[in-house]
Design a protein around this ligand. Structure first.
Ligand code: ASP
Length: 618
């Protein structure tokens, strides 16, 4: 027989009690985390979201309560009336915040029973993620998940508070709208009232937030849900949450200061204090020094050895004349056995495939009289970077792994359409080896301090990307991104697209893009020109974004903004390795919600009302 709650009131949460409450009468409510039966004594660990308290049921204290505890099982819902008692010497549990006390029950109420769960929420690690997702309600009971969502709530609140203090207004924008410009595939909602027409779920609030600036709201933000029907990569979700903001009359630095402010507030909730402003780097420098537009700055940068490889040396070493030669160091990863070294060289050559790149073995150069000076020059240049990185004098030595990548003779003919390819290839190798030797260099190990978080602004992205296959310039960002004023003035939009820089920026953390934004186009003539320069005809632009082009003509202020992924920020702060750990009801990599079992077919009646018919193509 189950008990009723009646008028019983909880006095404390299960994680709250300490020795100070010794002797105090209390009422706790929660779930049976574990039950241990020692005959006349039964121990119930009672859990709620704040923690766990050990409850003792002593037959001598209350036979009735003891009898109920005999019937209780894991995950039963109970209420306990009793008294706090300091645990005897040697019986404390230092691993539990409540480990110095226990509650001696005088009454136990069984408020609900539970089937034997497919896994115990008391366990730390559950291997099978599908089972976790199917029984998400049980999974979310686990301490780690409760912690993640408490953190998420604090982070979101800190960001909200900060932005409101800065004069931002939180304004909601529609979920049912028309196609937005982020360039992914839309999720569509069929209209019952308008046969054959569809709403699109927003890929971002982009157009609406710009319109809010036209409407004079000055500063807008929203913790907004976005929907993108993309082929899911490991770390993507079809719906995700962005911290989305827009402001009027800003230079990009204004946007940066706001973001640094709210990130500082967010990280403070996890007891991490950040130093601002963050480092700023142009896209060109990021490519040149890291070979990627989202540099991971927890390790030294790449170093150009182009000038050190003179024409003469290139000829003897069979290195192509004009192309860059790049080196980098993976600290403390150099002490390899002969076999390991050979395997590594093989691995590197394999990743290069037939790209025309090769690997120069500096250790071997050293042993050859005519190349020894080159080897020392290389080491000196790499030591310079190492010193810059460490902020103190630091020499590359045999304990470090030195990698030098050279283009073989004949490579440029193959690659000359993209002068950056060599930087990108070497940058990718740097990351690959950094991950491979993480145990050795130790730079990815969390210390719980600011040093774990290397933030960076990347600016001045190219406005257009050349598509070699279709031989056209594509917008590198959504088409409302403004080019640099100088590039517009100099007429580069029409005569030198490749040189046009966008007023676009990304915020990067430890090699991950946290968010991106831009200063927008606020003039209708420039917007129309950009659409045209992207090969979108006036008619097509009008058809897709006509309402927006109209709005631009009614006094649009200069404006700009950014959006950052909230899920990813919380994931990083929680130390989780998947977004699914910080989204309460996530989808699998195949975009399925295993708990509610979605998507599913719908009834014929619903289909009829929506004027739809499915034809399943194999
Ligand atoms: N709407 C953009 C995005 O979702 C961000 C921005 O430009 O503000 O990536």
């Amino acid at each position: 027989m189950l008990d009723f709650l009646g008028s019983l009131q909880r006095t404390h949460m299960c994680g709250e009690l300490r020795v100070e409450q010794d002797g105090q009468p209390v009422v706790l409510m929660g779930w049976v985390n574990r039950r241990r039966d020692h005959g006349n004594l039964i121990f119930l660990d009672v859990r709620d979201r704040s923690g766990i308290t050990q409850v003792v049921l002593d037959k001598e204290v209350s036979g009735e309560a003891h009898a109920k505890a005999e019937a209780a099982r894991s995950e039963y819902v109970v209420a306990v009336k009793g008294k706090v008692r300091r645990r005897g010497a040697g019986l404390e549990n230092p691993n539990m915040p409540t480990g110095a006390i226990e509650v001696v029950a005088s009454e136990l109420l069984l408020l609900n029973e539970a089937k034997t769960p497919p896994f115990s929420p008391a366990d730390d690690a559950i291997a099978n993620e599908e089972v976790r997702l199917k029984y998400r309600y049980l999974d979310l009971r686990r301490t780690e998940m409760q912690h993640n969502f408490a953190l998420r709530s604090r982070v979101a609140m800190a960001i909200r508070n900060y932005l409101v203090e800065q004069g931002f207004l939180e304004i909601e924008t529609p979920f049912m709208t028309r196609s937005t410009p982020e360039g992914a595939r839309d999720y569509l909602v069929p209209s019952r009232v308008h046969a054959g027409s569809f709403y699109a779920l927003p890929q971002s609030p982009q157009i609406f937030k710009q319109i809010l600036m036209i409407s004079g709201f000055d500063k807008y933000f929203q913790i907004a849900r976005c929907f993108r029907d993309e082929d899911l990569r490991a770390d993507r979700q079809p719906e995700f949450t962005q911290i989305d903001l827009e402001m009027s009359f800003p230079q990009q630095e204004k946007v940066f200061r706001v973001v640094e402010g709210f990130l500082t507030a967010a990280f403070k909730t996890a007891s991490i204090s950040l130093t601002t402003p963050f480092v700023q780097m142009t896209y060109d420098d990021a490519i040149k020094n890291y070979g990627i537009d989202k540099p991971d700055m927890r390790l030294p940068a790449m170093v150009s050895l182009t000038d050190e490889l003179t024409a003469e040396l290139r000829e003897t070493l069979k290195i192509e004349k004009e192309l860059p030669v790049l080196g980098f160091v993976i600290p403390r990863a150099g002490a390899l056995s002969g076999t390991q070294k050979r395997a590594l060289v093989e691995e590197i050559r394999a990743t290069f495939g037939d790209s025309g790149l090769d690997f120069l073995d500096v250790a071997r150069l050293k042993t050859n009289e005519s190349f020894a000076p080159l080897a020392s020059t290389i080491e000196a240049k790499l030591s310079e970077e190492q010193t810059r990185f460490e902020g103190a004098s630091s020499q590359v030595d045999a304990a470090d792994l030195v990698i030098v990548v050279t283009p073989k003779i004949g490579t440029p003919a193959k690659w000359n359409f993209d002068p950056q390819w060599i930087y990108k290839r070497v940058g990718a190798l740097r990351l690959q080896l950094a991950a491979k030797f993480a145990d050795k260099h130790g730079r990815f190990v969390k210390t719980g301090t600011e040093a774990d978080y290397k933030f960076l602004w990347v600016t001045d992205f190219p406005m257009y990307e050349w598509d070699e296959e279709t031989k056209v310039w594509n917008a590198a960002h959504h088409p409302f991104t403004s080019p640099h004023e100088e590039d517009i003035k100099a007429g580069r939009l029409t005569n030198d697209k490749g040189a046009v820089r966008a007023l676009a920026y990304d915020i990067v953390l430890n090699g991950t893009e946290l968010g991106s934004g831009s200063i927008r186009i606020h003039r209708q003539d420039v917007q129309a020109e950009i659409f045209r320069s992207l090969g979108m005809s006036d008619a097509e632009a009008k058809e897709r974004f006509g309402f927006f082009l109209d709005a631009l003509e009614y006094g649009t202020p200069p404006h700009g903004g950014i959006a950052l992924g909230l899920d990813r920020i919380v994931m990083i702060l929680a130390g989780a390795t998947s977004l699914r750990e910080v989204i309460a009801f996530p989808k699998t990599a195949k975009a399925i919600d295993l708990m509610v079992d979605a998507p599913t077919p719908v009834s014929d009646q619903q289909m009829r009302e929506l004027h739809l018919k499915t034809v399943v193509r194999s």
